[in-house]
Write a protein that binds this ligand. Structure first.
Ligand code: BES
Ligand code: ZN
Length: 887
């Protein structure tokens, strides 16, 4: 037997051994933008805290210069050279073995290395752009979650904070950026050495560098922080909006967290190839172009809002994440959930008329949606290998995370909450924290048992549905785990129940700790409930009850039939707030999917939203109607036309109100709503709308600046065109491709990509899908074209199989691959298809897609059961007929 290699003791461990810890990195990088290779030297001040013959750190995809690896003890100046250097690929570690024991104390570890500027959008990678008609490379870093190790050897864990002194050698005509300001530049021939100021202590995943050609716009906060937005040469005007948001947001967070921004400057850069939306690198935030640049003439209101939200999110991380960092990836939600929540707080301050807290319901809804699957996971999730981290950047960490924070804030009150956050930031600044550390501070500040309250939400997956019944003047509450599959879960939560009765002036609350609780209605609410007048639309004060007031809780509510009917009337009579109208709709839709409620009852409820004009509610009503129309057509194709007509009727009223053209001084929300409502009418086959869309598109083809097609309604027009396209009439498709090729605005390209797949002709769908794989679509953008209309479902699945090898190779190393699966697999609704898909992936699944695949298959099973139950629903057809005939 071969003698066991000594380094094996370090293999397969989730975390690095800590007998040596880094204090300071002196990092020199020389990227060659022509050969797309780089060399580097890193000198790391380390502290040997326990005598050892080994130093273990992270490294991946790097070639180590074995002649240039040494350790020098500081006090004795003795130099040690490793006898063995093992690079363990699967664990992405590098083990240095020394002959002698390294003494405790400080020393310097020096390592020379080289690598490639890869095309996978992680580590130190290359992005491309055009300048004066010439294609050029830029060098960019993306290190989160665990890819700093692909750029330089390091202790690549969030808790291993150190300072960074970075030096870049780059072509002298280019701009080189890093986390800190430049302190010196030395030109040497056609190269220059750019020296950056040493950073405060920070985690490796936040280290960043960008090298390329840029223009910028600049501003300053009231306390002198220099803020710049860098973008492609000639696009600097497009950076102004983000710059303004950034300056104001920094000032706001300084007050909210009671701590100033901790670096002397903040740069924000638009990167043409970028896999996430943006990345919060300390002092050097990188963005997709669509998430940073705003073009007055060609960006839509929705693009503007996206820019504001993303900027506010990344800047929140400068405190929550960068200054105070999660101790391990298990606590990723502390970063992402908080940044998400705080970004809404900032935007609400900056743009109060955007009603962003109502829009926050989208976050809650998406969180509930994913967490309603058996294949969900708890907010705090065990991470045993770097490869598992990518997958938890999902709706659980972001959206459920943000939602439970909102729930807690509304339970404790905003003032206490803010005070506690400020002291948490102070206490853990320049350090790391775990979930329970935050709870402890909140508990101290509020005197409430926060830890106990929140554990049920962060340590266990899922959430409850609270059933409420009104019987004999008693209110009965019962919680059980909600699962979209309709199965029975075993979870139990401490649920902050809020309730209002007949008006928002009468509000009550209590903590539901047990499985169920019965309360005397009169005692609890303080007035009797008029049960005899349940069918009345108006009447006495207490004739309707709404739980989860303003939807601040992360749970669903199921009302008994009588209470549900009263709520429906209250909606029709406009007594219910927009947030609650949203919640009632989402709960009803989800209960219907879980087969706890009939489709007829959902349709009847939707019919109560005929007068709806609130952006968030209507936008979600549209989303629900797409889903329901599709599933009902799978169940019974004979119903499809009537259902479409019902939805056309539903959206006719807002469409007439909004018209096609912006009204003088109209709200941001109306601008966003217009496009969505018109698109919905086109999707449901409203002839007049489609014709008008096509007419306006023609005008646009003649003149890209025509007032007939402002950005907010372009998508509606593009979809109109694509719905009109068949293999014998391809001219619309070809014209759209022309616009795509011609524009250099990424948002316009995205808008077009997301419209192309609405074509009902499978032959064209196939062309569109193949186009996504061509060099004309950046790999970051291909995912926009994957939401294929019903007619293209089979084609898309066949295409995915035919191209799987290529797709898996191109997108397989990042998280975008999961979108190919979820978009194409989830829409199916039969057991046969689920089996077919499962069989296909049996030999093809891998860690990066395993969870998404399971979740997507679970959705197919859920749809299949739903279809069966719809088929057995009596009197659905009559109801749909009636609704379709009611104009
Ligand atoms: N830290 C993330 C970026 C990230 C995502 C890194 C996934 C590695 C893997 C960043 O703060 C972020 O959350 N960006 C969001 C935008 C935000 C507004 C939700 C994104 O990329 O979509
Ligand atoms: Zn984030």
């Amino acid at each position: 037997m071969e003698p066991q290699k000594k380094y094996e003791q370090f293999i397969g461990q989730p975390r690095l051994p800590k007998f040596a810890v880094p204090k300071r990195y002196d990092l020199k990088l020389n990227p060659d933008l022509i050969t797309c290779e780089f060399t580097g030297i890193v000198d790391i001040d380390i502290d040997i805290v326990a005598e050892t013959k080994f130093i273990v750190l992270n490294a991946a995809d790097l070639v180590i210069d074995r002649e240039f690896v040494y350790f020098k003890n500081q006090s004795s100046s003795e130099e040690f050279r490793p006898v063995e250097i093992e690079l363990v690929g699967q664990d992405e570690i590098m083990v240095l073995e020394f002959n002698d024991v390294l003494p405790t104390g400080e020393g310097i570890l020096g390592i020379g290395f080289e690598g490639t500027l890869n095309e996978n959008m992680k580590g130190l990678y290359r992005s491309t752009y055009e300048h004066n008609g010439e294609k050029k490379n830029m060098a960019v870093t993306q290190f989160e979650p665990a890819d700093a190790r692909r750029c330089f050897p390091c202790w690549d864990e969030p808790a291993c904070k150190a300072t960074f002194k970075i030096t870049l050698t780059v072509p002298s005509e280019l701009i080189a950026l890093s986390n800190m300001p430049v302190i010196q530049e030395k030109v040497e021939g056609h190269l220059k050495k750019v020296y950056f100021q040493e950073s405060p202590i920070m985690s490796t995943y936040l280290v960043a560098a960008v090298v390329g050609l840029f223009d910028y716009v600049e501003g300053q906060t009231s306390d002198g922080v220099k803020v710049r937005v860098y973008c492609q040469v000639g696009k600097d005007k497009q950076g102004k909006f983000a710059l303004d948001v950034a300056v104001r947001t920094l000032e706001l967070y300084k007050v909210y967290f009671a701590t100033p921004y901790s670096l002397p400057k903040l740069d924000m850069v638009a990167i043409p190839d970028f896999s996430a939306g943006a990345m919060e690198n300390y002092g050097l935030v990188t963005y997709r172009e669509t998430a940073l640049l705003y073009d007055e003439q060609h960006s839509a209101a929705v693009n503007k809002q996206r820019v504001a939200i993303v900027v506010a999110h990344e800047l929140a991380h400068q405190w929550f994440g960068n200054l105070v960092t999660m101790e391990w990836w298990t606590h990723l939600w502390l970063n992402e959930g908080f940044a998400t929540w705080v970004s809404y707080l900032a935007i609400d301050n900056l743009f109060p008329d955007w009603k962003i807290w109502t829009q926050f319901l989208d976050q809650i809804m998406e969180g509930l949606k994913l967490d309603g699957l058996e294949e969900s996971h708890p907010i705090e999730v065990e991470i045993r290998h770097a490869a598992e981290i990518d997958e938890i950047f999902d709706s659980i960490s972001y959206r459920k995370g943000a939602s439970v924070i909102r729930m807690l804030q509304s339970y404790l009150g905003p003032e206490v909450f803010q005070r506690a956050l400020a002291s948490y930031i102070k206490r853990y600044a320049c350090s790391n924290a775990k979930t329970e550390d935050l709870w402890a501070v909140l508990e101290e500040e509020s005197g409430e048992p926060v830890n106990m309250l929140m554990n049920s939400w962060t340590k266990q997956q899922g959430y409850p549905v609270v059933s409420v019944k009104f019987i004999d003047q008693k209110l009965e509450f019962e919680q059980s785990q909600f699962l979209s599959s309709g199965s029975q879960g075993v979870g139990q939560w401490i649920v902050p129940i809020t309730l209002c009765c007949g008006s928002y002036d009468v509000q009550k609350n209590f903590l539901l700790r047990a499985k169920s609780e019965i309360l005397d209605a009169e005692e609890f609410i303080g007035c009797s409930i008029a049960d005899e007048s349940f069918a009345e639309k108006d009447g006495t004060k207490c004739n309707w009850i709404k739980l989860n007031v303003d939807q601040t809780g992360f749970y669903r509510v199921k009302y008994d039939d009588v209470l549900a009917a009263k709520l429906r009337y209250a909606i029709e009579a406009s007594h219910v707030s927009a947030t609650d109208r949203f919640g009632i709709l989402d709960d009803s839709y989800s209960l219907c999917m879980a087969r706890k409620q009939s489709l007829s009852s959902l349709f009847s409820l939707m019919d109560a939203y005929r007068k709806e004009l609130d952006y968030t509610v209507l936008s979600y009503l549209i989303t629900v109607s797409y889903k329901v129309a599709s599933i009902a057509a799978d169940a019974n194709p004979g119903l499809a036309d009537d259902i479409k007509q019902f939805f056309i009727n539903l959206f006719q009223h807002p469409a007439e109100k909004l018209g096609w053209e912006p009204k003088q001084g109209e709200s941001h929300l109306d601008a966003m709503l217009r496009g969505e409502v018109l698109t919905a009418l086109v999707e449901f086959g409203d002839d007049a709308t489609q014709k008008e869309g096509i007419r306006r598109f023609r005008a646009f083809l003649d003149d890209r600046n025509t007032p007939l097609l402002p950005p907010d309604i372009r998508k509606a027009a593009y979809v109109s065109v694509m719905k009109d396209v068949s293999s014998s009439n391809r001219s619309g498709y070809e014209s759209l491709l022309r616009v795509y090729r011609e524009t250099d605005l990424s948002q316009e390209k995205g808008r077009i990509l997301s419209s192309l797949s609405s074509c009902p002709d499978p032959a064209i769908i196939l062309e569109v899908l193949n186009f996504l794989l061509s060099s004309e679509v950046r790999s970051q953008d291909a995912v926009f074209g994957l939401t294929v209309c019903k007619e293209g479902r089979e084609t898309a699945w066949q295409w995915l199989k035919d191209n799987w090898a290529h797709i898996s190779k191109t997108w397989g190393s990042g998280f975008l691959i999961t979108r190919f699966i979820s978009s194409i697999v989830s829409p199916f609704s039969s057991e046969d298809k689920a089996n077919e898909i499962q069989e296909y992936f049996a030999s093809r699944s891998k860690p990066a897609i395993a969870r998404t695949l399971k979740q997507s298959l679970e959705r197919v099973h859920i749809h299949a059961k739903w279809v069966q139950s719809i088929r057995s629903e009596d009197s659905l057809a009559e109801l749909v007929k009636e609704l379709a005939s009611r104009k």
